[in-house]
Design a protein around this ligand. Structure first.
Ligand SMILES: Nc1nc2c(ncn2[C@@H]2O[C@H](COP(=O)(O)OP(=O)(O)O)[C@@H](O)[C@H]2O)c(=O)[nH]1
Ligand SMILES: [Mg+2]
Length: 381
């Protein structure tokens, strides 16, 4: 929007008197170009009479979502955006959006209109009246529903929900909900303990907050996505398992390390498969076969870690990926030396059993690989 002069930019006609919002609505977006105007409009309608603001948190969408949001924000002072670059992750997007606000109540809702914004006033009343610290939009309480979900998706959601109940400290029917309204003190009571893993921020809050938080569920019928595509995929499932792991054993073992070592375990399988087929071919010596199998397994581990363990910092582009691969191979080769050296020392000089020396070597190698690749390969920008 270009102005001829300052006077035009600040003309009284353009300056809308602002009022202080009591409700902040945080909307995470990733490639939601055709939904951002619709959800804004739907919120204006549902929240008529409520002073509210909208905070979009966009992870550098590639479909022009940001231009659309900017267009809306220029006309509507309620709307602003946090634009994150080089990061992905629904949970951290939502919590950073929430942290950017100061109003006493915060609502989180998806951009794709699957959540029914018409129940927000009811959620707000519950929390404002002090009847609850968090009001949860629920698909699984009476009156709620999954809309037109096919059986497979409903079954997956059902299983994930049962798992979630293991770690949520509160008895919620729909702990996987991405739609909720929370009071600021309740949010602050959990925010420092959030794992930031994965997809389900409400679950993270419920597992992190002190158990005296009072929750109330408000039913709604899940709607069909209006436009664009779901970002729910196999990777999200992995992240979800990591969130569960983090909440269950996070005090002892970091979830990222768990993911790294699990993938290392798959690497062993890949290694043995490669070794077996090379040996079966009868064309190479054991030494060569073992060397090739080791390299194949390391390359496999690099790509899987880049996709799963470090999804939020994923290396992209030929240059970044090659550099990452080289540092990964270098670090892991050193790790293998350390592994063999330490195991050998424990076995020959310290007279450990062969198996305990072996396990100690593997552990040292794994911790070294994890620590060093987190610094050299997936360095935080
Ligand atoms: N900022 C941000 N938003 C995301 C990310 N992944 C998903 N979203 C948004 O989160 C909401 C829910 O995602 P969606 O793909 O609809 O998940 P589903 O409803 O479980 O299929 C949508 O508004 C997405 O645009 C992400 O990595 N970063
Ligand atoms: Mg959705």
């Amino acid at each position: 929007m270009a102005f001829q002069n300052l006077a035009e930019a600040f003309s009284p006609a353009r300056v809308t008197p602002l009022s202080v919002p009591i409700l902040s609505v945080v909307i995470p977006t990733f490639n939601e170009r055709d939904n951002v105007a619709r959800i804004s409009e739907a919120l204006e309608k549902a929240l008529a009479g409520v002073e509210f603001e909208i905070v979009f948190v966009d992870d550098d969408s590639t479909d022009g979502t940001l231009d659309r949001i900017a267009g809306l924000a220029r006309r509507n002072p309620r709307i602003r955006v946090i634009h994150r670059i080089g990061r992905r992750g629904l949970s951290t997007a939502v919590s950073e959006g929430m942290l950017s606000t100061t109003s006493p109540y915060i609502c989180v809702i998806d951009a794709d209109l699957q959540h029914d914004e018409r129940i927000i006033p009811q959620m707000l009343r519950l929390v404002m009246a002090g009847d609850a610290d968090i009001a949860v939009g629920s698909r699984y309480t009476d009156g709620g529903g999954l809309g037109n979900w096919d059986r497979k998706r409903a079954a997956i959601s059902g299983t994930a929900t049962r798992l979630a109940k293991l770690i949520a400290k509160a008895p919620l029917k729909d702990p996987m909900s991405g739609f909720f309204l929370i009071s600021r003190p309740a949010f602050y009571s959990a925010v420092r303990d959030l794992s930031g893993q994965g997809y389900k921020i409400l679950l993270d809050i419920c597992a992190s907050a002190n158990p005296t938080l009072r929750l109330r569920e408000v039913p709604y019928e899940f709607r069909l996505r209006q436009a664009g595509e779901s970002k729910l995929d196999a990777l999200v499932a992995w992240e979800y398992l990591m969130l569960l792991a983090d909440k269950m054993f996070g005090n002892v073992i970091p979830a990222r390390f768990l993911s790294f070592t699990l993938i290392g375990g798959f690497g062993v399988v890949v290694h043995m498969t490669a070794l077996a087929s090379l040996m079966a071919s009868g064309k190479v010596s054991f030494m060569t076969a073992q060397a090739v199998a080791t390299t194949v397994a390391m390359v496999f581990n690099f790509f899987l870690n880049n996709t799963l363990t470090y999804r939020d910092r994923r290396l992209k582009g030929v240059r970044a990926v090659s550099l990452g691969l080289v540092t990964f191979l270098a670090v892991c080769s050193l790790g293998a030396f350390a592994n063999v050296g330490i195991a050998n020392y424990l076995f020959s000089d310290a007279h450990y059993y062969w198996w305990s020396a072996g396990i100690a070597g593997i552990l040292v190698g794994a911790v070294w690989n994890y620590a060093a690749t987190s610094i050299f390969t997936w360095r935080l920008k």
